[in-house]
Design a protein around this ligand. Sequence first.
Ligand SMILES: [Zn+2]
Ligand SMILES: [Zn+2]
Length: 250
Amino acid sequence: MTLLVDTHSHTVASTHAYSTVQEYVVQAKLKGMQMFSLTEHGPTMPDSPHPWHFGNRHVLPRVVDGIAILRAIEANIMPADGGHDIPNGLHPFLDFAIASFHEPVFAPASKAQNTKAMIATIETGDIQIIGHPGNPNFPIDIAEVVRAAKDNNVVLEVNNSSFKGSRSGSGPHCKKVLEITDQLDWKLVFSSDAHVAYDVGNDALSMACANEVGFPMHRIVNRDAHSFTTFLAQHNKPVAVELKDWLKAL
Ligand SMILES: [Zn+2]
Ligand SMILES: [Zn+2]
């Protein structure tokens, strides 16, 4: 583990994931991390929690045992032309939002259609991260997407689980995302996409690929809590203010 913030994880609030918030805190602490994010699926996915799940997370402490907990969502890129499935009114409850292609929601389409939908989602201004863009089931024009992301201060994700079985065949596409983002002088976010607490903060496979490409650490927005909350503050997310004292004490 080299990054101190994990931006993507699923808890037992989704039945295809296997750990509680507390179990994530324990593992994050053991690994010397500073922060992780709860990012259950948006409501269009079959295994999304009830929408109240997202609105009630104010009951969670901001910091437990020194570990900060962010409240986010992995929304769905919607067919056919993009957009997302974050319900109206939920935005104030979210520290940030990821948007991803998922097969149960968006049937894989042509490269041109996928690219168009992804860019339209970026341009909504409601999401900060594009999840697992290296999925070979959803070919995209990576350069076009990175340019749109840069114009909108959105980052593409390098998803560690994409290198080890999820979305099989992603590896070469993730490498291309790293190379093209580097060429276009833009930033990335790295995540575990953990579905069990033991995986939180796992970025070894993503980092190995980044090292191969020579992608610079200073352009990974979640290298630590300061860099990630700075990114969120650029999107006017109040969590950056709420965690100010905790950040100072780090
Ligand atoms: Zn996903
Ligand atoms: Zn996920």
